[in-house]
Design a binder for this molecule. Sequence first.
Ligand code: ANZ
Length: 921
Amino acid sequence: MAEYSFQEIERKWQQYWKDEKVYEVSNGSDKPKYYIMDMFPYPSGAGLHVGHPLGYIASDIVARFKRLNGYNVLHPMGFDSFGLPAEQYAIQTGQHPSITTDENIARYKEQLQALGFSYDWSRELRTSDPKFYKWTQWIFKLIYNSWYNTESDKAEHIDTLVAALATDGNADIKAACDEDTPTITADDWNGFSEKDKQLFLLKYRLTYQAETTVNWCPALGTVLSNDEVKDGFSERGGHPVVRKKMPQWSMRITAYSDRLLQGLEKIDWPEPIKEMQRNWIGKSYGAEIDFSVVNSSHKIRVFTTRIDTIFGVSFMVLAPESELVVELTTEEQKTEIEEYVVAAKNRSERERMSDAKNVTGVFTGRYAEHPFSGEKIPVYIADYVLAGYGTGAVMAVPSGDQRDFDFAKKFNLPIPLINDAQKLTKTEADPTKEGKIINSDFLDGLSPTEAMERGIEEVEKRGIGVRKVNYKLRDAIFGRQRYWGEPIPVYYEEGIPKLVPDEKLPLVLPEVDEYLPTEDGDPPLGRAKDWNYKGHPYELSTMPGWAGSSWYFFRYMDPDNESEFCSQEALKYWKDVDFYLGGSEHATGHLLYSRFWVKFLYDMGIIEVDEYAQKLVNQGMIQGRSNFVYRIDGENTYVSKGLKDQHKTTAIHVDVNIVKDDVLDVEAFKQSRADAKDAEFILEDGKYHCGWEVEKMSKSKYNVVNPDDLVQKYGADTLRMYEMFLGPIEQSKPWNTNGIEGVYKFLRKFWSLFHQGEAFQVSDEEPTKEELKVLHGTIKKVAEDVERLSLNTSVSTFMIAVNELSSLKCNKRAILEPMTIILSPFAPHIAEELWHLLGNEGTVVDAPYPEFQEKYLVEDSIEYPVSVNGKMRAKISFAADASKEEVEAGALANETIQKWLDGKDPKKVIVVPKKIVNIVV
Ligand code: ANZ
């Protein structure tokens, strides 16, 4: 038999696809469009491991399947090529980050191409390419020139605001703006100097500069976003992060909170992602209430979502940063309060929130007055109350809130129990232990929801509070004090930011002598020569990682356009992404920011959609499957796993690439480590068996499996099918190569259907019913599976079909040709080879998907189990269209059944058509 020489086949067709530009797609066709996209990777130095292609293979199968089904398919790939690792490397080596980035991209592309993906590489984009980031800068400018009108509920050009200010002032303007925006009249505005006007507008612009408390990471020399900080440490590198006030560019994403929530209802995204976004936006309904302070003109305004518990308030807590702290603290408490404030400042929000059991705080020395009972209640400061949320002050209800409860316990404060058992379930507060239940006055007898409404009405009536909706979402920091990012297209004239004119874009990243901050602590761009616009200094921070990825999906539609970010024709044709595939780790980062930018671009009338990805699927992670050898402590002897318990041993990670089916290649192991060269090995049945464990795939655990080696050994087609075979795409699963041989054998078996001995040989005979049944069963099942993205089950369907066709010794063109087409999305190289061997011109990529015909699946005859007195006694076949009477007569006439009837007349015969026959005697 002609060998299945996958290496030669794969090389040949990859070249052909490239030469013939098979995957290039045009913006316009009579076919319906289908846009399928993967989250583009950051090209890291380590290259791809077998986990990366999981999603890429799945999307490639769908892309190819859609193309066979008559769609004009856009399936692009690019690189998110600004990022910290290249910059860290540049700092260490002095080499420009673009060099490392280009090298890494070259390696990624080589690896991706070896897997036979159907990407249209002519549309490749890189976020670090000035031709691309010119438009990222252009979008920044648009955002800067906009404000959010909450009345029209959309972003508008800043000129509409300026016009309104000049005629009416801002009293009637409903806008998303800074909290401290003063009310001004038209006269005030018109009297402002140009500089004051610009400063005032910054309070409204959708991107603005303001003093912000940020997560500052001294080791990385940059500000990190909340989702880049985990438990007080940077997600990348694990460096400590401190809170610090700095002037920062921010984006007013909070203006879009509600629309970001509403939009989730109309997109087909995984529920956990939607839930994470909802929680991150964190919309809460409640009220703000003023508590007056005893012997003071100050009032403490709190935000509460549980006004129904107001009769359970026994103290109040201010955030340590609250401006009231200084005003209210009494002389005696001053020192203690000041010390506490300093300590609290350096704890991250997360720490402060999560460290509930160890609540801390200090008494201010003051009392507030309960608005209904008139009781005196002490005022504390505590860091579990955050300055940046609500009003930065709370009314504490120990029976309703666990942190308040813990605080009350610690400081020996009363724990009033409210007269409604339902309200006590949230904390450990227990009436049997904590004492008497108090009356909740006008809220008595109401359900919590009714009590909420009643409470709000009451405070509004008394003029001591208002209904209030709060969001957890914060404006997004939009600047990094780093080099390797898009320059922000802004310069400063007398300290006022001005936009760089369009014709100066792209504002190209300048050369610097070192990628480190300057001696004055300015970002690296402070080192660039002539970094100014007509003598006015340019902004020194660069854009964050999420800038380019917030709109790249539009650029693929028209990647070479030099005069627009994307042409209207391309936008009208492709509209949005039909199917987006990528990791769930981006839930509250990229996947939220990109939705925000898209809504903004929609408001500007530039695009027609306000959600860009109709469907999102998160592929699972491929975990590593580590292998271990066991060294006997104090000896240079390794003992096989089954015998290790007889010794005291230490488990050592061993490179999974020298282990097969958990059996160690002892010679390779000896060579891999200097200290193992003369080691002894205690074997079982002549073999060294390794232990294994599932862990994250990483270099340090020696469990990284590289796709290149597998492509070399088994071919890309086998690897593609094998990765799909591992299990449902959304699930995380450990990598193991134990089953790859099976997939490889399957492809060889498929190949052999087309061959007789050495020769390619297919017959033109008419197929049998059985053969047609196998084919149409496969067409149907695979098409359904691909639509549902159940790709592991389609792989098994193929395997079953090929086994059946092998036993039928089927080599008929009428069966094998359509089988080749349906296999092609999964194993494109072998399919292309066989397609050509079958004598076809052109590529299998454009073949029509075979049409499923139900009639081939309809059975001619049906086998009925026949029971006598409830026991199955025979199986008898009848024509599928046999009548009830025919089945009954046939069953009674059957020899075996006659034996069981033993000459008696049946009392009853029940025939369930197409199912069973039951005879009672
Ligand atoms: C009284 C109360 C009683 C509360 C009760 C809760 C339970 P969400 O849903 O997250 O919006 N709170 C308000 N501002 C805060 C701040 N700056 N830092 C920490 N906590 C703050 O939570 C709103 C609730 O969290 C508010 O309702 C307030 O406590 C607290 F049984 O008021 B509550």
